[in-house]
Ligand binder design. Structure first.
Ligand code: SF4
Ligand code: SF4
Length: 152
């Protein structure tokens, strides 16, 4: 053991060596929010509604307010009021309280109309619980637009 090792101790030298090496190496941490994380393909983020074109050329939600998603939801955070009959039935109100949502995806699985989609949107932190309650209009938004806005 050399004189310096005797004075400072072997462990201290090993520690300094490691600190020095990591001090000059490129950081592996993501510099959020300047850098954005790209979610994995199976990532389950905020849910949105999908639309369809009707025979008359009208764009409307695929949802027919059957309520299966609400019944499948273990957190009971989906609330739907439907209106109309048969193929004209649509949701009058469709609300998901994301402060209770588990992002389990059971509502998406349960939907016979493929009307719901789990997006890759994850920047949904807000200051109040009320802001986490999404109505139909909010769930029809293209969340990728929000991501682009944040990137500016
Ligand atoms: S993802 Fe799960 S918890 Fe959230 S609304 Fe759908 S079923 Fe409910
Ligand atoms: S299961 Fe699908 S079609 Fe039925 S209410 Fe839910 S989103 Fe609408």
């Amino acid at each position: 053991m050399g004189l310096i090792s005797k004075i400072f101790g072997k462990d201290l030298l090993i520690g300094l060596n490691r600190t020095g090496r990591y001090g000059v190496s490129k950081p592996i941490t993501m510099q959020y929010p300047k850098e954005k994380w790209t979610p994995y393909p199976a990532f389950r983020g905020t849910i949105r509604h999908l639309t369809k074109e009707t025979e008359e050329g009208e764009t409307r939600v695929r949802c027919n307010a059957c309520g299966l998603c609400a019944r499948a939801c273990p957190a009971e955070c989906i609330h739907i009021v439907g209106e109309g009959k048969g193929k004209d039935r649509v949701p009058k109100t469709f609300v998901i309280d994301f402060s209770r949502c588990l992002y389990c995806g059971l509502c998406v699985e349960a939907c016979p109309q493929d009307a719901l989609e789990m997006t890759s949107f994850y920047e949904s932190a807000v200051y109040t619980r009320e802001e986490m309650v999404f109505d139909l209009d909010k769930m029809l938004e293209d969340y990728s637009k929000w991501e682009r806005t944040f990137k500016k």
